[in-house]
Design a protein around this ligand. Sequence first.
Ligand code: URA
Length: 239
Amino acid sequence: MRLDKLIANCGFGSRKEAKALCKKGLVTVDGVVVRRSEAHIDPECNRVCVGEHVIEYEKYSYLMMNKPAGVISATFDEEHQTVVDLLEERYIYANVFPVGRLDLDTTGLLILSNDGGFAHRALSPKKKVAKIYHARVDKPITDSEIKAFGEGVTLDDGYKCLPAKLEAPEDFDDFAKVEIYEGKYHQVKRMFAALGIRVISLKRVEFAGLTLDEGLAPGDYRRLNEDELKIISNLLSKD
Ligand code: URA
């Protein structure tokens, strides 16, 4: 890997800034000053330091964000702020992207990563990864909607969804918990719409066995911890 790329990916600014750090003689590889930022090093074997800081290399980044409303699940958009705009520069330089999409007005758990293989598996329809949402709806849910979700709702384009779980606690008229195993466009809103119910707000609370860290304020994010990484890798290694 190029030295300037490693330095930038690990949070020391852009590639240009990384080059400047090398030029100034602030970067050492195994204790030797390296000024050539284009030098190739092995981040898993070489010890790279920027000044006093030892670079801790991670091949891939995995982040959990509490996505706020009004921010788009994309890497670039001309009109709206994107979830990637909310990240520290180091993740932008490391090409982190959202794993799947939540609508502009949907909030909650969004995973971001630069591991394309992981994203592909997590989003593959074959994996039937579970996603749980909390919805506020405009009408009380009855047994008939619960049954319809369980049998598979047919959407406006004729697609018949996989059986899904719908729960509605009796003491809340406008709250519903939905668990789905696929990710069609606007799926939850369209499932309710097919039954004449409008979703007023939607929040994802679980994805692929991970639960939203409610300690994250909207727009905040953190790296997945060891346990969470294990949950994901176990789930995705299964056929
Ligand atoms: N279903 C929706 O309707 N919207 C989302 O953002 C996610 C699932």
